[in-house]
Design a protein around this ligand. Structure first.
Ligand SMILES: *Cc1c(COP(=O)(O)O)cnc(C)c1O
Length: 377
């Protein structure tokens, strides 16, 4: 007996396919592929290599010649891991540096940094660097998270532009807070504010995340910054009708495990911790080797769909650390060892996220270390 334990199967040709779809949506923009948080749980180095390679394992799915233009991460350690794995392409630190000492590391490893506050500007101006840095200047256009205020723009731009520590070609950047809302007035306002602040400045610009790529063509500019969409998940709310283009992506991760027990349950008996679910009738339940210790959401409600032998069956009872229980139904023929799909192909992680009152981003990032990562054949 050799059962599949919790495994994230990664489909690199789906990744390439998604990249091609994204490029088709924004044909004149370069792609800054967002790989923070272990490439949204997909495995940082493997995803980076695939995004820059000529070929993927399987060439019958997607255009394998498409490549990303640069990678974005959130922490310097993520960037250094990429450099150690041999990635030589441009890497951008989306939040910039957190420690002035990091500037020499950034220069030595040829990383690019966002500048979003006065402390970062001051550190750059006084640093003793052997090579000038490539800088992305972040402006707050209404999300009020990171970025300098609009009225600080000319000062920051002039200071950076005049510094011998900064390369020519400062990229101007902002971030959209509500781009997944197709009728959002605040997105329209952010785009027009960004436009007016940066008007007349002959620099490249970037504004769009995945949702911007899908629904706000005027946010595309010279660089788009897709994350979720690369991994084959629509950034638009699951319950809303998704636009065709975001349906054309394919999930890169399929999370699987297997049935490790199949048992009969009489009407009125309950399952799992706290007796949280009781069967109304005689049935057969399946025990699946995956739980919150693997990253399956503990708050997934009763009825959350699980795929057993291509059939949607409901999750019942509480999610445990290492196991979940599903109601296979009285006539079930499923057996120990049968493969179970938790999300991915045939079952969107967005639907599971909705059942757990969270977002697909969180579920993907929560995949834990004990989940095996394998490449799809
Ligand atoms: C994470 C992030 C993105 C990517 O967002 P998605 O919604 O996953 O496309 C883009 N830009 C910035 C600044 C980010 O932090």
């Amino acid at each position: 007996m050799a059962l599949t334990t919790a495994t994230a199967v990664i489909n690199l040709s789906a990744l390439k396919h998604n990249l091609a779809q994204i490029k088709a949506l924004a044909p004149t923009s370069k792609v800054l592929a967002v790989l923070k948080a272990n490439a949204y749980g997909h495995g940082l180095e493997r995803i980076a290599q695939a995004l820059f390679s000529e070929q993927s394992e399987d060439t019958n799915n997607g255009d394998c010649s498409v490549k990303a233009d640069a990678i974005a991460v959130a922490r310097i350690d993520e960037a250094l891991a990429l450099r150690s794995s041999g990635i030589t392409q441009p890497i951008v630190l989306l939040e910039g540096f957190f420690d002035n000492e990091d500037l020499s590391i950034i220069a030595a490893h040829n990383l690019q940094t966002v500048v979003h506050n006065q402390q970062q500007l001051d550190a750059i101006l006084v640093a003793k660097l052997t090579l000038p840095l490539k800088v992305w200047l972040k402006i707050d256009t209404g999300m009020h998270r990171l970025g300098i205020n609009p009225e600080q723009f000319s000062y920051f731009y002039q200071q950076l532009n005049a510094s011998k520590n900064v390369q020519e070609g400062i990229i101007l950047m902002s971030h959209l807070g509500c781009a997944d809302d197709k009728v959002s007035e605040s997105t329209a306002a952010q785009i027009s504010l960004f436009e007016s602040i940066t008007q007349g400045c002959e620099e490249e610009r970037t504004l769009a995340n995945s949702a911007g790529v899908c629904v706000w063509p005027t946010s595309h500019y010279q660089w788009i910054r897709p994350g979720l969409l690369l991994y084959g998940i629509s950034p638009l709310p699951f319950e809303k009708t998704v636009i065709k283009t975001s349906n054309d992506v394919q999930p890169v991760m399929t999370l699987k495990s297997s049935l490790i027990a199949v048992r009969e349950l009489a009407a009125g008996e309950s399952v799992g911790y706290g007796n949280a679910w009781q069967s109304k009738e005689n049935t057969v339940i399946g025990i699946v080797a995956i739980g919150y210790g693997d990253g399956y959401p503990r708050h997934a409600k009763n009825g959350t769909p699980v795929l057993v032998n291509e059939r949607r069956v409901p999750l019942v009872g509480r999610v445990s650390m290492d196991m979940i229980t599903v109601d296979l139904g009285i006539n079930a023929k499923d057996q120990v060892g049968d493969v179970v799909t938790l999300w991915g192909e045939q079952l969107s992680v967005a639907e599971i996220a909705q059942c757990a009152t969270t977002i697909p981003y969180e579920l993907l990032c929560n995949i834990t270390r004990r989940v095996q990562i394998t490449l799809s054949a």
